[in-house]
Design a protein around this ligand. Structure first.
Ligand code: G3P
Ligand code: MG
Length: 233
């Protein structure tokens, strides 16, 4: 079962910052997950489409300048990183799940992902692009079929995992609260791998293993990796 650091090692460092991603790399995770919003045409790594909560700033991202955002503290003196900065840091050392949060971010995300393949040492298959916005995901697939797509859902759709086939996703990313053995089996029968978010407790990690889940997103990758190595012995 793959372990992805959710927003980096966000249980021990400020989420979606270079320090959270550096810690995840030090933990030797299989992958990191990050959230992308667009500020003045630049793909930036931040979860919400407003600044309050995770930074010292205030305002909606479509109403603030990039210069202003770059002055803000995103926790422990960290800045809001760009997608390009994070990919340069990771440099192909692990998988990266780029979650598109913004509207109309497809072109800008694809451009940075292509640059990461050409200049930062990634293979295209290491860059998993996901979104709850399935039309946006479909558009990414049309623009750049080389990147694996992850179809995100927070619930169990009536058609189980069938919706993911419409965007030709390789993986389906489901909320921990809704995972069932039936959903996992249905996904696997369709050739889709199942990744679950957000799985922070050992009891839950064990449950995911029992259900045959293929990957988890966790705020505490260290804990998950320790547990997995203890049961694999
Ligand atoms: O990509 C998995 C997970 O991060 C989706 O939800 O809200 O934590 O970005 P959220
Ligand atoms: Mg996310």
């Amino acid at each position: 079962m793959l372990v992805f650091a959710h927003r980096g090692s966000s249980g021990v460092a400020p989420e979606n910052t270079l320090s959270a991603f550096s810690l995840a790399l030090a933990d030797k995770v299989d992958g990191i997950e990050l959230d992308v919003q667009v500020i003045e045409g630049v793909a930036m790594v931040i979860h919400n489409n407003w600044l309050q909560g995770t930074t010292t700033g205030m305002g909606r991202l479509d109403q603030v300048s990039l210069d202003y955002c770059l002055t803000l503290d995103a926790g422990d003196g960290q800045k809001i990183p760009s997608l390009e900065q994070v990919l340069k840091l990771v440099a192909g050392q692990c998988l990266v799940n780029i979650e598109i949060k913004a509207h109309n971010a497809e072109e800008v995300v694809v451009a940075v992902a292509k640059k990461a393949v050409n200049e930062f040492g990634f293979k295209a298959e290491q860059l998993i692009i996901s979104s709850f916005n399935l039309p946006a995901l479909k558009r990414v697939g049309e623009l750049a079929p080389e990147f694996p797509l992850g179809a995100l859902t927070a619930n169990i759709p009536l058609d189980y995992a069938a919706f993911a086939e419409q965007v030709q996703a390789k993986t389906i990313h489901l909320n921990r609260d809704f995972i069932t053995p039936e959903f996992v089996d249905d996904s696997h029968k369709r050739g889709l791998k199942v990744y679950v978010y957000t799985v922070n407790y050992v009891e839950d990690i064990q449950l995911m293993l029992e259900m045959g889940v293929d990957g988890i997103f966790t705020d505490y990758p260290n804990r998950a990796l320790d547990y997995l190595s203890s049961v694999e012995k």
